[in-house]
Design a protein around this ligand. Structure first.
Ligand code: SF4
Length: 319
């Protein structure tokens, strides 16, 4: 199916997904990929579906969704593979524009060193680039790139794209335990992201079964450390850890406010105290959430932080 959804997305609101690549053709074979191992590894662009066919299927879907009174905020290229491998991506964006909905592309950025790919992405309204590591050895280990790809060219391509792109550029860094969650890697990633200056730098963890069973999400303490390291150099660091359902929730309910805020970023103890005080509730609310296993208390450099609990305990994991 070329068009699916819309699905609720924390980053994009109601996003209608577009599969412009058959499963699973990719230039990477990330160890955490939720689509499984890459079956067709390639870095060469080609035609998969004609843009007219994509337009036809997306138009039909948009019509039926709108007919049912639903809203679509973005048309998003989010295939089971790498969308820029489609040599018609630029043309697809062009023919979809008249539908009047913003267009988003979620890419691993592996082909952004190419001028044609950069030019095509320019026409999208929102682009997400993958930056798991800027250390060659770690990049190879986590993303397992096609042998023809060069990390330095990809990083330079991202910076070049940034200089000319007028839309909203975001990044995504997926953390895998013991692979790219160390302080050394994160400091390097932070340095690169500071130069790239995305509108938002998302930190995520594998929340669905990964391609390799040995891959696990890091624990909250490690994710908090990653957040703090990035946050020192990068504006707008946010978690993207799978709480699409209630991440926007805001109400007079202090528990909900605490959980939805800490699902996006960790809160310092003082900030939590202030929130609790404003709501007229007492500290037992926090203690209860910790007891229920929904909130985690963690420390970093002498400061206490509170985070939404997201990872399974090691002993809960089914190997
Ligand atoms: S780039 Fe995306 S689709 Fe390709 S292997 Fe990595 S996670 Fe999977």
């Amino acid at each position: 199916m070329i068009a699916f959804g819309p699905v609720p997305s924390r980053r994009l609101g109601r996003s209608l997904g577009m599969n412009n690549i058959p499963p699973k053709v990719c230039s990477y074979s990330c160890v955490y990929c939720q689509v499984g191992r890459t079956l067709n590894m390639q870095a060469k662009r080609q035609t998969f579906y004609m843009p007219e066919r994509i337009l036809e299927q997306v138009s039909e879907r948009v019509k039926s969704v709108r007919g049912a009174g639903e809203v679509i905020d973005y048309l998003t290229f989010v295939p089971d593979g790498e969308p820029t491998l489609d040599e018609n991506l630029g043309r697809c964006i062009e023919v979809l524009k008249p539908l009047g909905t913003k267009i988003a592309v979620i890419t691993n950025a592996s082909l952004i060193w190419r001028e044609d790919v950069r030019a095509e992405l320019m026409n999208a309204d929102w682009v997400s680039l993958k930056v798991d590591s800027v250390i060659e050895k770690i990049w190879r280990k986590i993303n397992r790139p096609h042998r023809s790809l060069r990390m330095s060219a990809i990083l330079e391509g991202m910076l070049q794209f940034r200089r000319n792109y007028g839309g909203e550029l975001v990044t995504e860094t997926m953390l895998a335990e013991g692979t790219n969650d160390g302080a050394e890697n994160l400091k390097e990633v932070a340095g690169f992201l500071a130069d790239l200056n995305p509108a938002r730098a998302y930190l995520s963890i594998p929340t669905r079964p990964p391609a390799e069973k040995r891959v696990h999400p890091p624990d909250e303490e490690t994710v908090n450390r990653a957040y703090q390291i990035l946050n020192r150099q990068v504006n707008q660091v946010e978690y993207l850890i799978g709480y699409e359902g209630d991440a926007f929730a805001f109400s007079g309910n202090v528990e909900e406010n605490l959980l939805s805020t800490t699902a996006v970023h960790p809160m310092r103890e003082e900030a939590v105290k202030e929130l609790i005080q404003k709501s007229g509730a007492g500290w037992p609310v926090v203690q209860d959430l910790i007891k229920q296993g929904r909130l985690i208390e963690t420390e970093y450099e002498g400061q206490r932080f509170y985070m939404r609990r997201f990872s399974k305990r090691k002993d809960d994991r089914h190997e």
